[in-house]
Design a protein around this ligand. Sequence first.
Ligand SMILES: *[C@@H]1O[C@H](CO)[C@@H](O)[C@H](O)[C@H]1NC(C)=O
Ligand SMILES: *[C@@H]1O[C@H](CO)[C@@H](O)[C@H](O)[C@H]1NC(C)=O
Ligand SMILES: *[C@@H]1O[C@H](CO)[C@@H](O)[C@H](O)[C@H]1NC(C)=O
Length: 387
Amino acid sequence: MKVLLVCALLCVAGSLAAASGVVVCYYGTWANERTGSGRFGVSDMPTDLCTHIVYSFLLLNGTTGGIIAPEETTNDGKSNAVADLIALKEKNADLKIMVALGGWNEGSTNFTAVVNDDTLRAKLVSNLYNYIDSHGFDGLDADWEYPGQRGGADTDKEKFVAFLKELKEAFAAKSYLLTAAVAVTQSNIDLSYNVTELNEYLDHINLMCYDYHGSWDTATGVNAPLYAQLTDDDSSVLNVNHSVNVWINNGASPSKLVLGLGAYGKTFTLTNLSDTSTGAPISGVGAAGPYVAEAGVYSYYEICEDQQNNSAEWSITEVDGNYVYANKDLFWVGYDNPSTIKAKAQYAKTMGLGGIMYWAVDLDDFSGLCGKKFPLIKAGIAGYNSA
Ligand SMILES: *[C@@H]1O[C@H](CO)[C@@H](O)[C@H](O)[C@H]1NC(C)=O
Ligand SMILES: *[C@@H]1O[C@H](CO)[C@@H](O)[C@H](O)[C@H]1NC(C)=O
Ligand SMILES: *[C@@H]1O[C@H](CO)[C@@H](O)[C@H](O)[C@H]1NC(C)=O
């Protein structure tokens, strides 16, 4: 058992060091329920671009340690979506297909109840193993947002490590992968993560380097600036470069870190047109887009399609491979385009990171509404490989 465990850890760490890096593509199963050009099904998956697909999300039963599978909570009109997903491996034998547990909406309550109880935690580990094994997945992505926060307990940080250790031991027999998606500020690390322990048990660590600005703000701000926005003060920690350094400085191996990229922007409604930059006064978030239909958020394809159809009305500013913002009258969006994604992926490679990750594959221009399909994923791969 011990020998197998060591081999599983070493072999995976070795493969992550490959020159091309990992390309982790999260897939929110509810993208199946969007209408028209926004509907993303399993057959839209770019099996030639992603190295890892992460089927999101499994939920958990806080009283039993049971799991609730995505196919039970979404209504995509077909019951065999998991089988179709796993069958994508026939198109690319190297493709890894993982399943994620948790997500933002799950929060902490059920995780805290289960993970702090030795019996329930063991049940959850065994339920996860069985789900992965019976469906043919390659591993689990632990997506607890976040231990010790959002309804969690002080003991979560330590018990999260116990949970990961037990998963790793259970997964060793079949070399299933174990990864996690994590928050990226020092204050989040202090509350939620023992970085050296996570670094030991996880095959890779997906840094959620986005959502730096959003509906909680009182001024415009871009989703994920690589470096500080020009309007930020010197003490700002809300940028990708700061986050990556925080994880490295806390003891993570750079090669295990995977840089998260957002295939979406954050939208706001400007107060007036006299300031359309970052840090500009707002009256609230922007109205929902036509496909994703969420106030304050525009997928990359919603942004590029509107800019293509109404090009004369848009004013677009790109700040040096760092971030992009644009406005159409009072509607404002701060986002990434292929050029800033390429710069971030080059940065990831330069910093020695194991690869790049996308939230989410279904938010890139997957159907080629604005030209070639998957411009952001392609730009990221080109950037990582060129650095
Ligand atoms: C959790 O499990 C209990 C016991 O089996 C069950 O009664 C309850 O409905 C489950 N909750 C959910 C949300 O599935
Ligand atoms: C999971 O947590 C939510 C609160 O975040 C709660 O409403 C729900 O009942 C919990 N489900 C189970 C099955 O414990
Ligand atoms: C991380 O866990 C190890 C082993 O339990 C412990 O020695 C160390 O103090 C922990 N570090 C933090 C920052 O909690």
